[in-house]
Ligand binder design. Sequence first.
Ligand SMILES: NC(=O)c1ccc[n+]([C@@H]2O[C@H](COP(=O)([O-])OP(=O)(O)OC[C@H]3O[C@@H](n4cnc5c(N)ncnc54)[C@H](O)[C@@H]3O)[C@@H](O)[C@H]2O)c1
Length: 336
Amino acid sequence: MSWYPLVMNLLVTGGAGFIGSHFVLRHKEQFPDDLIVVLDKLTYAGNKAFIEPVLNRIRFVQGDIADVELVSQLILRYEIDKIVNFAAETHVDRSIKNAVPFIHTNIVGVQALIEVCKAAPAVRLLHISTDEVYGDIGDDDPPCSVGRALFPSSPYAATKASGEMLLLAAMRTHSLKIAITRCTNNYGPHQADEKFIPTIVRHAIKNEQIPVYGSGMNKRDWLYVTDHTDALEVILKTDWAFWDNDVPGVHKNHPQGSGRTFNISADDEWQNIDVAKMILKILGKPEELIHFVADRLGHDWRYALDSSNIRKLGWKPKISFEDGLKATVEWYRKKA
Ligand SMILES: NC(=O)c1ccc[n+]([C@@H]2O[C@H](COP(=O)([O-])OP(=O)(O)OC[C@H]3O[C@@H](n4cnc5c(N)ncnc54)[C@H](O)[C@@H]3O)[C@@H](O)[C@H]2O)c1
């Protein structure tokens, strides 16, 4: 099953964001001979400083994935053989206020990458999606498997699900070489300030009230960011021939059943309130700082994934939630 070209030429879109930057740093360290071209629009969530340690060993281009001409030029100029797409609008609360930028990047931008691949069909596209496409599940429900129908709750999740639908159609109609990963909540350094863990740390350090939505009992499944990027490396290294062939699966001839869609999860579920308390304990701050605020509209109750297909390829998470959280809190504490 294992086949790996000696050198890869990668286009990493959104490579200056939270997860993308970890992927770039780690990949360059592990595979120094690979060419990495980062294409990033540098929205509020992107920061070139995150990839500063490798900037002189990669190419960085500021631009939009929806710009078909630009992306096509990069593919030709750098002889790109794989695109890893992290570029996205990602914050649920922002999508509730205004979904337009989400439609642009998460749908129009994804279709632009498909157009690029149609003109360069040898290029493989690894697209990063999210567990939020499934919508939420109840406390007693089994974890979602990749064949489950998608019921997105937020405009963010709906645009991610829409992007996936376009990709599935492109696999089937244009026989493009695409794989999709859906991962759980990531945590670690480099995340935008407005996300859950950075928000708690920021407020706690200043002894300010910490806003927690609703009852705080919603559950999230947490994955340390480098465990996520390691899972992506496993997929990149796996024999791409299996992406090219029709492998009988859950739904015959359907890409979702044929091993091209992967759930990624560490099976580490925690209630939001308990995560907030753990962070306060690490920082030596009182739990009284926690302040419940009106629930997020359409707030999903619980996410959980069956990640057996990526585990069959040999991946498993290495970082425990306790260790990962300590390292994460320390990073945001120093940054504050
Ligand atoms: N963070 C999580 O917990 C999580 C969980 C599951 C899935 N994901 C998915 O992983 C991917 C990366 O998430 P993240 O948390 O690193 O996001 P992020 O918001 O931290 O970073 C997104 C990056 O994409 C760039 N970008 C945005 N629009 C662009 C465009 N049109 N063209 C080029 N670049 C653009 C931004 O500048 C930024 O650098 C996303 O697809 C997201 O849906 C994230």
